[in-house]
Design a binder for this molecule. Structure first.
Ligand SMILES: [Fe+2]
Length: 416
């Protein structure tokens, strides 16, 4: 954990001057926008998917198995007779749906909110952003992803690294969060926009500090045991090594696919990281926060994952009993990002972001949520959930001799 520095958590409502995001951000999205303007599907250079070929045998594509179920199961009698393959598929789908429906009833009954997350929610402090309406966030016409065509002004592009300028001149407000207390940010209509989850209630202090230190050591070991391409070291999210594992869907792929980790040494290093106990505790806490403050959304994630894994057993979940499909590890050593959005993530959901150090959280590592007009002190070991698809966000740089890692869980909008 970073030093708390005795900063007080605000207890009154926050009120911000209007913040004109539409007149901002230019350089960050240039690459994406140029690709889109040229009519190309935009690929995120920092991640790669495994090949599809292995999943298509004898020229027979099974992509229907994961397509939206818009085709009637039993076509009208005037339609051409079904082929043997189509009949078999229809029968399997019918049985599978009936089974899923029965299982869903059981799951909903058994996955009620657990007592410890109720305690977590009881201790949360709501902070209302009176001038903000979440419905103004730039959701795409499909509803699943975001429309990334927003720009920060050239002036803000020049100062995004400077904490003092951002909080004193640009009109953004500094939220001096201690990194432990749970704060829920709500908009003018009481919608939860983001959750500053803090740390697990029963593990505050030395216990969680040890978890954070062990997770940071595991991240460091993973980086040192791995190799990275230039795109993985210098992506649009910053100049640091990163790796994404799990599965996603989008950018022209025909069905959900695993993210590729190339090379045996890299695969071994990533497996060790995913098996690390501290990393798993962080994963579990992120999952619990999602369950607590976005319960219906959480259940939808879990059911979607279960369905996908049933249809495509080749997909690999990162952690057992987890609601997120993908994890990105920012492996530093100096992980901080310029203003950007993650528009392929599910728009109506959150990403869960946990930082690791060591770094001085009063000098850098702050999470800037531009649409909310907030610069949030973000100490190592703490977790924040926010809609990374919809909100332009960045990180204040840490000092050159410091280290910052991050573990981010999320799901692609295309999976749903
Ligand atoms: Fe991001």
């Amino acid at each position: 954990m970073g030093s708390s520095s005795g900063n007080a958590v605000p207890t009154a409502r926050l009120k911000f001057p209007s913040f004109d995001l539409s007149s901002a951000l230019e350089a960050d999205n240039n690459r994406r926008m140029a690709a889109e303007d040229a009519g190309e599907s935009f690929d995120d250079g920092e991640v790669d998917f495994e090949d599809e070929e292995a999943d298509f045998e004898d020229g027979e594509a099974d992509e229907d198995a994961c397509a939206e179920p818009t085709t009637p199961l039993e076509p009208p009698s005037c339609d051409p007779p079904l082929s043997r393959h189509e009949k078999k598929y229809a029968q399997l789908t019918k049985r599978s749906r009936a089974k899923r429906a029965a299982e869903a009833v059981q799951r909903l009954a058994s996955e009620g909110i657990k007592p410890f997350v109720v305690e977590l929610a009881k201790g949360a402090l709501p902070v209302e952003l009176e001038d903000f309406d979440a419905s103004t966030l730039p959701i795409s016409s499909s509803g699943w992803n975001a429309n990334p065509r927003k720009k920060l002004s050239h002036g803000l592009q020049m100062v995004w690294k400077n904490l003092e300028v951002l909080t004193s001149v640009s009109g953004l407000k500094l939220l001096r969060w201690d990194g432990e207390r749970c704060i829920v940010l709500v908009d003018a209509h009481d919608r939860i926009i983001a959750v500053l989850g803090g740390v697990p209630h029963g593990s505050k202090g030395k216990e969680w500090q040890a978890v954070e230190a062990a997770a940071a050591a595991a991240a460091s070991k993973c980086r040192e045991s791995s190799t990275f391409t230039e795109a993985q070291k210098h992506g649009r999210r910053g100049d640091f090594a990163s790796r994404t594992v799990g599965y996603g869907y989008g950018n022209g792929r025909r069905k959900p696919q695993n993210f590729r980790v190339s090379g045996k040494a890299n695969q071994k290093a990533m497996q060790e990281l995913l098996q690390n106990k501290a990393i798993r505790r962080i994963s579990g806490f992120q999952n619990a926060l999602f369950n607590t403050f976005g319960h219906k959304n959480y259940l939808e994630h879990k059911e979607t994952n279960n369905e996908l894994l049933r249809k495509q057993p080749e997909l690999r979940a990162n952690f057992p009993n987890n609601s997120f499909a993908a994890t990105t590890f920012n492996l530093g050593p100096l992980s901080y990002s310029p203003p950007h959005m993650d528009p392929d993530n599910r728009a109506s959901s959150w990403c869960a972001d946990t930082t690791m150090g060591p770094f001085n959280p009063d000098r850098g590592g702050h999470l800037v949520l531009w649409d909310l007009g907030l610069v949030i002190r973000f100490p190592s070991g703490s977790t924040i959930l926010f809609p990374s698809a919809l909100i332009t966000h960045s990180t204040i740089p840490i000092q050159a001799d410091e280290t910052r890692y991050a573990m981010i869980q999320y799901s692609s909008g295309g999976l749903f």
